[in-house]
Each structure stands twice: as structure tokens, then as C-alpha cells.
Design a protein around this ligand. Structure first.
Ligand SMILES: [Mg+2]
Length: 127
């Protein structure tokens, strides 16, 4: 079994050999315009999922990002946040930071953050 770090290196080594002239921007455009749409059409396809991960891992390497460290660091932040479904979009969103829907609600009430809401007000906003 490979670690994330080993897999990231394996992918970048392969990409360095096959596409030495590639750029992070080009890989990101390919991910967004070709591979993510393919995954959307076949969300249960392991191959399409892998295509996206390969590009995402390579983009990380090209940008000097250690994926394992970055994900662990971000998960530590995510665990501290409050999450809810934004019913205007149906999407998961953290509601204690800068989520656009929550920011609009707070702005309408003249508030800076969710800490200024009562528990009841907060529950009503995320309902
Ligand atoms: Mg594909």
C-alpha cells in the first residue's frame, strides 16, 4: 500500500517523464474542463475518479504542496468549524467563517460573525 506522499511522488515522476513541459495551470484547466465533466457524467467510474486525482496530485506537486500535510492541516481547521447544509444551494458549507450565504444573512442583520447570534437565531439561519 502506498502512502499519500509516495503516491504523489509516483504521479509526479510519471508526469515529469511523459509531460516534462506541462504547467500547473495547464493541468488545472484539463482537470476542470475535461476530467471533472467526465466524472460528473460517470460519478461511479473509478477510472474517471482516478483521472481527477492524478491531475490534482500533479498540480499540488507543481505548486510545491505536500498533499498529506496540507490535508491534515486543513482537516484540523475543518474539525473546529460548524457545518451545515446551505438550503439555498443544497451544498455543505461551514457557517462560522466566510460562507457566502451566511455572510449575506449576517450582513442583513448588521452582524460581523455568527458569534453575535443567539443559539436560536443561529439554528434558524442554518435551518
Ligand atoms: Mg477521464
Amino acid at each position: 500500500m502506498s502512502t499519500i506522499t509516495e503516491l504523489q511522488k509516483e504521479i509526479s515522476d510519471w508526469a515529469d517523464t511523459v509531460f516534462p513541459e506541462r504547467t500547473a495551470h495547464g493541468a488545472l484547466v484539463k482537470l476542470m474542463t475535461e476530467e471533472i465533466p467526465e466524472l460528473c457524467l460517470c460519478p461511479d467510474s473509478a477510472g474517471e475518479f482516478a483521472d481527477c486525482v492524478v491531475l490534482l496530485f500533479d498540480i499540488a506537486t507543481l505548486n510545491g504542496i505536500d498533499i498529506a500535510t496540507a490535508v491534515r492541516d486543513k482537516m484540523a481547521i475543518n474539525r473546529q468549524r460548524t457545518w451545515a447544509i446551505d438550503h439555498s444551494t443544497g451544498l455543505m458549507r461551514h457557517v462560522d467563517g466566510h460562507g457566502p450565504a451566511m455572510a449575506r444573512h449576517l450582513a442583513k442583520r448588521g452582524l460581523g460573525n455568527t458569534q453575535e447570534l443567539s443559539d436560536q437565531e443561529f439554528k434558524e439561519l442554518i435551518r
